[in-house]
Design a protein around this ligand. Structure first.
Ligand code: ATP
Ligand code: MG
Length: 352
């Protein structure tokens, strides 16, 4: 097949892990006989430095003209002055809104070899296979923000339509899995959560009677993730709760450097990125873990291009590299692999 993919390397380790993502995209194309056209755009701090704008118009146009977008990471100390007129993260939030990607999918299925590194009792880590579906274009991230004389306000607003569409997406994904959905809210306190709870209940009862569901309070969920993580299948959350819980869930996988994400909506263009940030503490050293990015490429192949066999082959190649101990410094202290060595190990196993 022919596909156009936009690469947005961004800042910090973004370009380093992005280079491995590009390498593997081209390898998949070669191996399976596809024609992928790759184009690169500016976003985040790199875009501010070059144009003054964290998301230049040209980048939006490139993304909208493509089938899928891969993003490395944005941000870093250079641009983090709270009084700066523009910040890198604004570019990413705007891109999500421009592409209308309202559902952020974050699978958490730890590899046995890296789960060992999680600070949890081994028996708790057995059988974890969750898919977080985080609402991505609403809530307090996008609500009105203002300062008052001695106060600050972040508005959290959700419409019924916003809740319905992400609930349907999560329920459809549950149908392809273990048919269980856990909706996370704070309905004992928040009005938005009460709307979420009643809307999720109505959609699930009327449209997805074959999918079991439950409502769990977010504070309890923070605990359940560490005490019985294998209980969960699809986990549906609003924007802020999902951000926090998926970083927590990354601990179950052994490293931030292992978790991919896919952001999808009704439009045709999906956005794929590792869940980690720009990691300024290790940027420029060639030691970042590229596996979250390579697994994000697998999600891109699956969700935007419909290439299931290719996605599975890439996931298998990453898994096999991990099994063989090809691990970067976040996962092993003795003889760690560099970013490029880890990428090459996956490349080799893909074509083996
Ligand atoms: P953001 O605000 O953009 O989400 P963050 O503050 O959550 O960023 P990260 O950039 O994700 O922070 O980094 C958190 C920690 O995880 C850092 O110590 C970083 O070095 C480490 N880390 C993140 N990604 C990777 C990676 N791919 N490989 C190795 N270590 C990583
Ligand atoms: Mg973070």
């Amino acid at each position: 097949m022919k596909a156009t993919i936009t690469l947005l390397p961004g800042d910090g380790i973004g370009p380093e892990v992005g280079a491995e993502a590009e390498k593997l995209l081209l390898a998949v194309a070669r191996q399976f006989g596809h024609e992928f056209t790759l184009q690169t755009g500016l976003i985040g701090g790199a875009a501010i430095d070059a144009t003054g704008n964290p998301l230049p118009e040209e980048t939006i146009t490139l993304c909208k003209q493509s089938d899928a977008v891969f993003l490395g990471a944005v941000g870093g100390p250079k641009w983090s002055d709270p009084n700066a007129p523009v910040r890198p993260e604004q570019g990413l939030l705007k891109l999500r809104a421009e592409l209308g990607v309202f559902a952020n999918l974050r699978p958490v299925a730890p590899h046995p070899a890296t789960a060992e590194l999680a600070p949890l009792k081994p028996h708790l880590l057995h059988g974890i296979d969750m898919l977080f579906v985080r609402e991505l274009t609403g809530g307090s991230y996008f609500g009105a923000k203002r300062r008052e004389a001695d106060a600050a306000v972040d508005e959290c607003r959700y419409t019924v339509a916003e809740i319905e569409r992400v609930t349907r997406r999560a329920a459809q994904l549950a149908r392809g899995r273990r048919r269980k959905l856990t909706h996370v809210d704070k309905a004992n306190v928040l009005e938005t959560s009460r709307l979420w709870r009643s809307t999720v209940t109505r959609i699930m009862d009327s449209e997805y009677p074959d999918v079991a569901y439950e409502h769990v309070l977010v504070d309890a969920m923070a605990m359940h993730l560490l005490t019985r993580p294998s209980h969960f299948d699809v986990v549906l959350t609003e924007n802020l709760f999902g951000d926090i819980l998926t970083d927590e869930a990354a601990v179950l996988a052994g490293s931030m450097g292992l978790l991919p994400s896919a952001s999808v909506g009704e439009g045709k263009v999906g956005l794929y990125e590792p869940i980690h940030g720009s990691a300024p503490d290790i940027a420029g050293k060639g030691i970042a873990n590229p596996y979250a990015s390579l697994l994000s490429v697998a999600l891109l192949l699956r969700h935007s291009l419909g290439l299931e066999a290719e996605a599975a082959a890439l996931e298998q190649a990453v898994s096999s590299a991990i099994s063989d101990g090809v691990l970067t410094a976040d996962l092993r202290k003795d003889h760690p692999a560099s970013t490029a060595e880890a990428g090459n190990a996956v490349l080799q196993r893909l074509s083996a």
